[in-house]
Design a protein around this ligand. Structure first.
Ligand SMILES: [Zn+2]
Ligand SMILES: [Zn+2]
Length: 96
């Protein structure tokens, strides 16, 4: 359990995100602890190339329009209900 560096929620399960994707040379580079929904969302929206070019810092991730919209929504979700809500919302996200 930890704090997500993107949405700022605490007491969430976090995973390690390579700010510069490993495939793009970031194996030993900076990482961020992200909750699973945030982490999934980044990789669902962007390719490793896009991340390397314009989303390789936490600040750039926070300022990205689509991600900040997602984070806003995520913050409003009660942690316990998250799994359920995420499923019903997934279809909507895919169409964008
Ligand atoms: Zn998060
Ligand atoms: Zn990642």
């Amino acid at each position: 359990m930890g704090v997500c560096e993107l949405c700022g929620r605490s007491e969430v399960e976090t995973t390690v995100h390579h700010l510069l994707p490993k495939e793009m040379g970031g194996t030993f580079g900076a990482t961020a602890d992200l909750c699973i929904p945030c982490h999934k969302q980044i990789h669902a929206l962007y390719t490793n190339e896009e991340i390397a070019v314009r989303l390789s810092t936490l600040r750039q991730l926070r300022e990205d329009e689509q991600l900040s919209r997602f984070v806003k929504w995520l913050r409003k979700q009660p942690p316990t209900k998250l799994m359920k809500i995420r499923k019903s919302n997934e279809r909507k996200w895919k169409g964008r």
